[in-house]
Design a binder for this molecule. Structure first.
Ligand SMILES: Nc1ncnc2c1ncn2[C@@H]1O[C@H](COP(=O)(O)OP(=O)(O)OP(=O)(O)O)[C@@H](O)[C@H]1O
Ligand SMILES: [Mg+2]
Length: 386
């Protein structure tokens, strides 16, 4: 076995990382994989509660790192599954520096030969805990909610992930309320994909069964009776992670934005098939300076639609956005941006996103990253929402 390490992270806190980690892990295990979850949220552990394993904790991650426990001793087995699912809980210590990125790499390297997947729950923010969580990652899953602040923070984190050489990430849009999207009161998944220019791997609806299942410590994906729509969505994500091509389920009914998204996905699949059959298109990189200038403009200038003209027609105006911390946000690599800009039409070119099956050869990883980097760029106007 050679495990794949999947880190679940986000920019903004409270978007559903822990929920996603627990459910993806349970779903991966239900598919017959041997899975270990690691709670990297030192000091604020809660993955154990969401998984319903809090009463069985004896040792934690810091005990492993500091040599008080062997890896096996700190792995809590979830006995509800006939498959093998384990949790390594976080410590509740106040010392968040007790674990370092190299400790995480070491722990995961020890797990790699004995399990199929390691799923790491990242803490909120971009501090040490975040760096710990992404250090061993082969795949980074970014969770966002369909709201501007969450998407903006996801954009920053995507920049950081790419800067660390861990990109591009795979996106989960959680808590989608299709009624609000329909009314235009919520960003649509299409808009979010355009803005963030990463591959979509999951659309999870707002679902009150999540609250109930969290309180009971029974992840929604445990139930195979399809009572929980979010549970089904998380199981679909797990299947995509294993390399299966799973269509996105309708959030409600296949109308409006979802229909367009599904059409785009299917169109992109057909296009991808054709490309796979023919010669590989070459990618022309625009000059680096242009890329940086355009990116800076996209982040600093906010086109505003104003409707109070004399003629009453809307007019596009460019006004510098004040109070714009995004200007200092990390920019994504020029290469990634170049790829993005060149491939704008294929918004969901490789959709539905599926992650390569386990055990890639070490020397194949850079190539894989580069390939997936060919995601589309958001238009300047779309970016400006951020
Ligand atoms: N799809 C969903 N539908 C309804 N509620 C959800 C959904 N996903 C998550 N929640 C709820 O959102 C809240 C936050 O979820 P969670 O703790 O997983 O977020 P988090 O990103 O891990 O937070 P933190 O950044 O604090 O670690 C929880 O109350 C959870 O039950
Ligand atoms: Mg959490």
């Amino acid at each position: 076995m050679a495990a794949r390490v999947i880190t679940v992270t986000s920019g903004k806190g409270g978007v559903g990382k822990t929920t996603a980690t627990a459910n993806i892990a349970v779903a991966l295990a239900s598919l017959g994989n041997k899975v270990v979850c690691i709670d990297a949220d030192i000091g604020l552990r809660n993955l154990d509660v969401v998984m319903g394993l809090e009463n069985r904790i004896v040792y934690d991650l810091v005990d492993i790192v500091e040599g008080r426990a062997k890896l096996r001793q700190a792995m809590i087995r979830d006995k509800r599954l006939k498959e093998e699912l384990y949790l390594i809980p976080a410590a509740q210590t106040r010392d968040k520096t007790a674990v370092s990125p190299s400790d995480m790499v070491r722990v995961c390297d020890e797990l790699r030969p004995v399990v199929d997947y390691v799923v790491i729950d990242s803490p909120a923010g971009i501090e040490r805990g975040f760096r710990n969580a992404i250090a061993p990652a082969d795949v980074v899953v970014i969770v966002t909610n369909p709201e501007v602040s969450s998407v903006r923070d996801a954009d920053r984190i995507i920049g950081l992930i790419e800067a660390e050489g861990k990109g591009p990430g795979h996106l989960v849009i959680n808590r989608v309320k299709s009624e609000m999207v329909k009314k235009g009161d919520m960003l649509s998944p299409e808009d979010i994909i355009d803005i963030l220019a990463v591959k979509l791997i999951g659309l999870v609806p707002e679902d009150e069964t999540i609250l109930v299942s969290t309180n009971r410590g029974l992840p929604a994906a445990l139930n195979t009776d399809d009572q929980s729509r979010a549970g089904v969505a998380f199981r679909n994500i797990a299947r995509r992670i294993t390399g299966e091509n799973v269509p996105f389920m309708p959030m409600e009914e296949e109308t409006g934005w979802l229909k367009r998204l599904v059409a785009k996905v299917r169109g992109a699949e057909n296009a991808a098939d054709k490309i796979a059959a023919g010669p590989k298109p070459s990618v022309v990189e625009p000059p680096k300076k242009e890329i940086e200038e355009e990116r800076a403009a996209a982040r600093l200038i906010k086109p505003v639609m104003v409707s109070d003209n004399a003629d009453g027609k809307p007019k596009a105006e460019e006004k510098p956005s004040n109070n714009e911390p995004v200007a200092s946000a990390p920019t994504r690599s020029a290469e990634s941006k170049a790829d993005s800009d060149d491939e704008k039409p294929a918004v969901v070119k490789a959709e539905p996103a599926k992650i390569e099956p386990p055990a890639p050869k070490e020397d194949e990883k850079p190539a894989e990253s580069k390939e997936v980097n060919k995601t589309p760029a958001a238009s300047t106007e779309k970016k400006a929402i951020l």
